[in-house]
Design a protein. Structure first.
Length: 97
């Protein structure tokens, strides 16, 4: 983990944008190592057994949630609210009157 780890999403996206604009023929790995992090030192944090078990529970629940999402998408398609899973188009839900 590096000191910049707390910066997260927006900072990471800005780095990717900078890389896409001005690569200088470097791979992303080299760009990050040479231009971004340079001499910054990181540390390795090893999770405890309790943290590993908690993560495994999280992933199990996450995978179960994927089936819930698929079912919801299927129901919305059947009701005509969405045409396919890849669209963000919204329509009003038909009334049951």
């Amino acid at each position: 983990m590096m000191d910049t780890a707390g910066e997260g999403g927006a900072w990471g996206i800005a780095l990717l944008a900078a890389y896409m604009i001005d690569q200088h023929g470097k791979s992303l790995e080299n760009f990050l190592a040479e231009d971004v992090f340079g001499q910054d030192q990181g540390i390795t944090i090893t999770p405890s057994a309790e943290e590993i078990a908690g993560y495994q529970i999280f992933m199990s629940r996450y995978r179960e949630g994927i089936d819930i999402e698929k079912t919801a998408i299927h129901q919305l398609q059947e009701k005509g609210v969405i045409e396919n899973a890849g669209t963000t188009e919204r329509r009003s839900i038909p009334s049951k009157s």
